[in-house]
Design a protein around this ligand. Structure first.
Ligand code: IPE
Ligand code: IPE
Ligand code: MG
Ligand code: MG
Ligand code: MG
Length: 294
């Protein structure tokens, strides 16, 4: 039996918290297992804002998709995101010791465990999407997630991010936009369009929303690296400049980066006009993304 589609518009804070609780509870069950690999996977998936899972569930709500199908997609994207963070934190990447307020996986266990937990979170995401609960459009979602995650998407962006650290010349605006839309934007775009894809509807307005949101999200992350409080952000701050990271902040400075995040937030909200008042929660999410302190 499938649960009915959720139809009510709710405040963002409430909807995000529900998404967080739902993803966390499901993951405890789906990743139950007594071995260290399962323990590391559960550890890695816990404690995030679950913004991508929220975007899946909210776009599904907008398109009348039953939650039984949407939850598989929400879990899948949070697995991919968690894997990307576990690998991002490795000594050969950003070399971070703190994530989501806890020691990173390679600090809590070791580097081999971090590589392997990341690997198995990635493959588990595709196992989840291949569930019969996902329905007729599963293959579109699976192909889209592979593209958004891999050599056209997040991994490609991470490659550009690492390469920029030792580039002879600072990256220009076009290059930084490409880097950031790949490393961060692609997974956000997949998440926000998932509801329309699950319903077999046109994902174009959500795609436009997500492209602006994804860039705004990474600008906010780069601003938090400069201005944030590590205790609140749950990860080390003031590292990007010394590491030679190419960011909107490194190129434009703080004031202009903030102005750009604001204007991207407005673009994101404008893209939702076809949904009318029903998109209030997603608009609030865009405002949260640029105002957040964690
Ligand atoms: C951090 O993402 C990594 C980036 C893409 C900037 P989040 O800020 O969504 O991290 P969690 O999931 O809440 O920990
Ligand atoms: C990471 O970007 C984006 C990923 C694909 C994981 P960052 O390296 O800026 O993310 P944080 O600041 O470590 O969370
Ligand atoms: Mg990084
Ligand atoms: Mg990092
Ligand atoms: Mg960062």
């Amino acid at each position: 039996m499938t649960a009915a589609a959720d139809t009510q518009t709710r405040p963002f804070a409430e909807a995000r918290k529900d998404a967080q609780d739902l993803v966390t509870a499901h993951m405890e069950l789906r990743l139950a297992g007594n071995d260290a690999l399962h323990a590391a996977m559960r550890y890695a998936i816990t404690g995030g804002k679950m913004l991508r899972g929220f975007l899946v569930l909210e776009s599904a709500r907008l398109h009348g998709v039953p939650q039984d199908a949407a939850i598989e997609a929400a879990l899948a994207i949070e697995c991919i995101h968690a894997y990307s963070l576990v690998h991002d934190d490795l000594p050969c990447m950003d070399d971070d010791d703190l994530r989501r307020g806890q020691p990173t996986v390679h600090k809590k266990w070791d580097e081999a465990m971090a590589v392997l937990a990341g690997d198995s979170l990635q493959t588990f995401a595709f196992e989840l999407l291949a569930s019969p609960k996902v329905g007729a459009h599963a293959l579109t979602l699976i192909r889209g997630l592979a593209q958004s995650s891999g050599k056209y998407g997040m991994v490609s962006g991470q490659m550009l991010d690492i390469a920029a650290e030792s580039a002879a010349e600072p990256l220009n605006l076009e290059q930084i936009t490409k880097l950031q839309s790949r490393k961060t934007g692609c997974l956000i775009e997949w998440s926000a369009t998932a509801g329309a894809v699950l319903a077999g509807d046109d994902p174009a307005p959500l795609r436009q929303y997500a492209r602006a949101l994804g860039l705004a999200f990474q600008i906010a992350d780069d601003i938090l690296d400069v201005e944030g409080d590590a205790a609140k952000v749950g990860k080390a701050v003031r590292k990007d400049a010394d590491a030679g990271k190419a960011t909107f902040v490194s190129l434009l400075g703080l004031a202009e980066a903030k102005a750009r995040a604001q204007s991207l937030c407005e673009d994101a909200c404008a893209a939702l006009s076809p949904y009318g008042d029903d998109a209030a929660t997603l608009k609030e999410a865009a405002r949260f993304v640029i105002a957040r302190d964690s």
